[in-house]
Design a protein around this ligand. Structure first.
Ligand SMILES: *Cc1c(COP(=O)(O)O)cnc(C)c1O
Length: 384
């Protein structure tokens, strides 16, 4: 199957059409070996030595994600955090990096503690405004601009193409956390990004039953110093995914297109239903015309605006927590991108310094019937 001429739905459904040459099996075996045989002449012609660095269990999942993103090479990691932190660990002390004020909370925490202690100069800015990015980049000193779009938990949208131009003019790389958009809605590498990251824990796997992460590098950049150092971070720090998890991820991705499409359609309906609702102060979703970034999202997201939205409860924090307590179908849990819908009082998770208003509930829309989900939220709001 030629990924350049094949529809993403077909790539996902058939996992690139892979067939096991030896057995003719249509799904791959699970390779569990931790080590690989050396040739009698002391060479390693198989290209594999030891499974911390590389594992045939990664090959197909990495190839599918790489094809969906239109990249040159993908690398699986043991978690989204292991993938994201590898991008920063491949930099050098003293390098200046720009990251968004609104972003995935654990990564922001790591950046402001460990990354800073290791000598990275981390500056958090408003990434939704290219003029702010332009004013903040330091040509020659800024080595990386990190963005997330749409960004947790306000679903702020960042213009990938505009930010790539600014980063590149200053000599910096652009990396995009595209977990929420998925490769089906946005392909950041084709918009100018250098590296794209996913918490594969979320939509790519899609079943809330494993932790995994992935990075993909743009065409022509796999030999770059930065990417070679990223490879070393995985091999040497050892944030490698397990064989069974790699196999599960590959299985989960076969339905990625169906799950993402269902979540987008339901999220759009839910957002429109609760916009202007008597008990709701605000609905935050890039698919609503009045929301920040809708125009940019229309250009860089195709086929939907994602399955993530937030609602602010008019009666305040205690009522928001009560709404989450009252839901029957929506599960009160963190995370996102699974088949089951989740609801979460985000400020409780993020704590001091969070950009999340205290009346905000984060919703991850699953693939249940949308009317059931709307009715459940209606009754939960009414009873709060
Ligand atoms: C979950 C998540 C991460 C971290 O991924 P883990 O697999 O939990 O380590 C990073 N970014 C975003 C946007 C996420 O939702």
């Amino acid at each position: 199957m030629d990924p350049k001429t094949t529809h993403p739905d077909t790539i996902a459904a058939q996992a690139l059409g892979w067939i096991d040459e030896q057995t003719r099996a249509v799904t791959p075996p699970i390779h569990v070996s931790s080590t690989y045989l050396r040739d009698p002449d002391n060479q390693y012609r198989s290209g594999r030595i030891y499974a911390r660095a590389d594992n045939p269990a990664f090959d197909q999942a990495e190839a599918v994600i790489n094809a969906l993103e239109g990249g040159q090479q993908a690398l699986l990691f043991a978690s989204g955090m292991a993938a994201a932190t590898a991008v920063f660990q491949a930099l050098a002390p003293g390098d200046h990096v720009l990251a968004p004020k609104v972003m995935y909370w654990s990564l922001r925490n790591w950046l402001m503690s460990f990354a800073t202690q290791w000598g990275l100069q981390v500056e958090l800015i408003d990434m939704s405004d290219p003029a702010v990015v332009q004013a903040a980049v330091r040509p020659g000193q800024t080595k990386l601009v990190w963005i997330e779009t749409p960004a947790n938990p306000l679903w702020t949208v960042t213009d990938i193409a505009a930010t790539a131009r600014i980063a590149h003019a200053a000599g910096a790389l652009l990396a995009v956390d595209s977990t929420v958009a998925t490769p089906l809605l946005t392909q950041p590498l084709l918009l100018g990004a250098d590296v794209v990251m996913h918490a594969a824990t979320k939509y790519l796997n899609g079943h809330s039953d494993l932790i995994a992460g992935v990075l993909v590098v743009r065409e022509g950049a796999a030999d770059s110093d930065h990417w070679q150092r990223v490879r070393k971070v995985r091999a040497q720090l050892g944030g490698t995914l397990g064989s069974f998890e790699s196999w599960l991820l590959l299985r989960g991705m076969r339905t990625l297109h169906l799950r993402v499409r269902a979540a987008c359609a339901s999220a759009q309906r839910i957002a429109e239903h609760f916009h202007g609702h008597a008990r709701v102060l605000e609905v935050m979703y890039p698919g609503l015309p009045h929301c920040q970034g809708h125009e940019v999202a229309k250009l860089q997201m195709t086929g939907g605006f994602g399955g993530m939205l937030s609602i602010r409860v008019k009666a305040g924090e205690a009522a928001a927590i009560a709404v989450a307590a009252n839901t029957r179908l929506w599960k009160r849990a963190t995370s996102l991108g699974g088949t089951e819908s989740l609801i979460e009082h985000r400020a409780s998770v993020e704590g001091a310094g969070t950009p999340a208003p205290t009346d905000l509930l984060r919703l991850s829309v699953g693939i249940e019937d949308a009317t059931d989900l709307i009715q459940d939220l209606e009754q939960a709001l009414a009873a709060a």
